[in-house]
Design a protein around this ligand. Sequence first.
Ligand SMILES: [Zn+2]
Length: 234
Amino acid sequence: MKKKKKKICYFCGKEATQGEHIPPKAIIDKNRKYTPVVVPSCPVHNSELSKDDEYFRWFTLSAAADDSLIKTYQFKKMMRQMKRKPKLFINIARHSVIKEVHTKGGIYLGKVPIFEFDRDRVQKSVERLTRGFYFSHKGLQLSPETEVSNFNFYLEESRNGIFELIKKNLNYLQLTNEIIEAIQSLPINIIQEDVFEYRFYIDKENTSSSIWFYMIYNRLLLTMVTGTFKQIDS
Ligand SMILES: [Zn+2]
């Protein structure tokens, strides 16, 4: 008989002792039904990173906030917390403006919220999404040596624009039309409707190469790429 295989942490590969919710419960509306993804986690990658969850919620809500979102449960909760932690909120909300952004080549990327936030801290949360979903879909860990790109984020005006926006993003990343079409045909995975949906592509030959699109609150699109990135000398 085979020994029962030890569960490994989705993030570092050490022995897992608990389960980690992907995405963090903090950004889900707990009053509504949702389909959580739970991956095995070591104590470090369960507790160490969880202090970033609250910050990630502030980031996503601040970036995505519009009139309809402000009426939601999550936003009301955030406003209650604001009263307890005014400094954190002020840091995010201060100087918050919406700006139209173009690439150097002139491609219009959409309206992006410009506000001060700790990019490294949000990066940790987005990396956790990517490593967590990778683990859940592939059934194995994305090796710790595999690099993850800096995340990009874009604001969408409406749900129907998602496809167009993804196409623009991919043009920006200079991928071929073939890959763009392949990604547009990928199914959308729904954790909670209107709150967290995502799609991804994992390269079939080089399985550490993948691209991820997270649509949060129907408005905020985060993208991340994994793989081995070569330095381009010019
Ligand atoms: Zn770990």
